[in-house]
Design a protein around this ligand. Structure first.
Ligand code: GAR
Length: 198
């Protein structure tokens, strides 16, 4: 499905702070992600700090909680909300849930995630803590397509970040986050270019 010259509509899923979401919104706003707009920000957490930041920028926000439902049912509601807003590309930005097959089928090859390590190293939770505990001299961040594996889908872009003596989880996370914000915008641009060319 090509985009046929129209602006790409990006849907962003968050669970918390939303700094990567803001980085994408800023990049779409200033043209670093050309011809794209943020169609909606969806959170599974009603108290996600990113929600108010998105609202301040005039972006539509939705809270779609799991509420004890099966993962597939929750995901169907999210996919329906994305489709209703004609979203072309889904970006997970600190969205802390594994997607069901229903979600993957709804947006096959059009779901991206950012992870704070050089995958396949340190998948899952606490990636920066894992890097410190392993004594890694370098870590970084990865943007990848989402598939049914945990942080295991095809890699789109990576950026290396040094680990320094005396680093804490906080200091390392902050250094990685600066690169995440740049890398995510670059990777989204790259993917949208390929969708336009298709
Ligand atoms: C980011 O560091 C992101 O890479 C990470 O959560 C943080 C969310 O921050 N995601 C994962 O660990 C996914 N496995 P943000 O809400 O400020 O973008």
């Amino acid at each position: 499905m090509a985009l046929d010259g129209k602006a790409a509509r990006i849907g962003i899923l968050i669970s918390g702070r939303g700094s990567n979401m803001i980085a994408l919104a800023d990049a779409a706003g200033d043209g670093r992600i050309p011809n794209a707009e943020i169609a909606a920000v969806i959170s599974d957490q009603p108290n996600a700090a990113g929600l108010s930041k998105a609202k301040e920028r005039g972006i539509e926000t939705l809270v779609i909680e799991r509420r004890g439902r099966a993962r597939a049912e929750h995901d169907r509601e999210i996919v329906a909300a994305l489709k209703a807003r004609e979203v072309d590309l889904v970006c997970l930005a600190g969205y802390m849930r594994v997607l069901s097959r229903e979600f993957l089928d709804g947006y096959r090859g059009r779901i991206l995630n950012i992870h704070p390590s050089l995958l396949p190293s340190f998948p899952g939770l606490d990636a920066q803590r894992q890097a410190l505990e392993q004594g890694a001299k370098e870590t970084g961040c990865t943007v990848h397509f989402v598939d049914k594996t945990l942080d295991g889908g095809p890699i789109i872009a990576q950026r290396v970040v040094p680990v320094y003596e005396g680093d804490t989880v906080e200091s390392l996370s902050a250094r990685v986050l600066v690169e995440e914000h740049k890398l995510y915008a670059e990777a989204v641009s790259l993917v949208l270019k390929s969708l336009v060319a298709r």
